[in-house]
Design a protein around this ligand. Sequence first.
Ligand code: ADP
Length: 283
Amino acid sequence: MSIEVKNLNYVYMKDTPFEKKALNDVSFKINDGEFIGLIGHTGSGKSTLIQHMNGLLKPESGQILVDGEDISSKKIKLSDIRKKVGLIFQYPEYQLFEETVEKDIAFGPKNLGLSDDEIDKRVRRAMDLVELPFERFKDLSPFELSGGEKRKVSIAGIVAMEPKVLILDEPTAGLDPKSRMNILDNINKLHKEYKNTIILVSHNIDDIAEFSDRVLIMENGKNILFDTPINVFKNVELLQSIGLDVPQTILLIRELIKNNFDIDDNIFKLEDVVCAIKLQLGK
Ligand code: ADP
């Protein structure tokens, strides 16, 4: 399930004094099964872009091809796109509404017209993936849960629809560090288990650095970089000039190299950097 965006343009409130060009000739291709990190600061166009990918917004001009099919074409039903492309909005827990956790997670699969057995299997599997033990949580009201648990219920609800492409908009926003790591680990586990394509939107560089195969940087409605994490993070001056952080390890390696330390500048994960320093020091 590849996603190809071609020369995509989008304008809010066209022909009014508030007209805003939110996407400006955006083109890129995401391959089947990739884990993509999408970064940019507030207002750079991330939400507008991902809403095009599941058909919620229609391009002003340009195309979005999901598995080669142009989803802005009139022939394609939106319900079919949404079976393939699941979008989890920011603070998804505000959309919980059923009286039990189990019913809430089953809502999406039910709408797909699946059998009761299949729905039950999917609900259990989704709860397992987000680490909500089925027996303990199934009959609870979503409103009795902690913030992190509510978030997991809403993620499980989309996961249970088993979309081939899963887009998550700031899935860790507002969570404490422990819940944040837990949600990210679950997303990564999910990616490994279902081998689906993931697009993780965040302005937290560390979230993105840890898991992404490639990183897409948005700035002022344009995709200015799209490459492997290391190739993106090496653009320290560019990233800093648009107000984005770079991983601290990248700055550390630069400093070490300046001081004649012989260290590979193609690494950025903390454990790899620690290993390389130890090696240099002969430890
Ligand atoms: P991000 O998700 O990166 O914060 P958005 O896609 O939400 O960026 O916004 C891109 C630009 O479009 C911003 O300038 C924003 O103010 C504007 N924008 C977003 N949504 C609307 C809307 N519904 N009406 C008018 N302008 C909007």
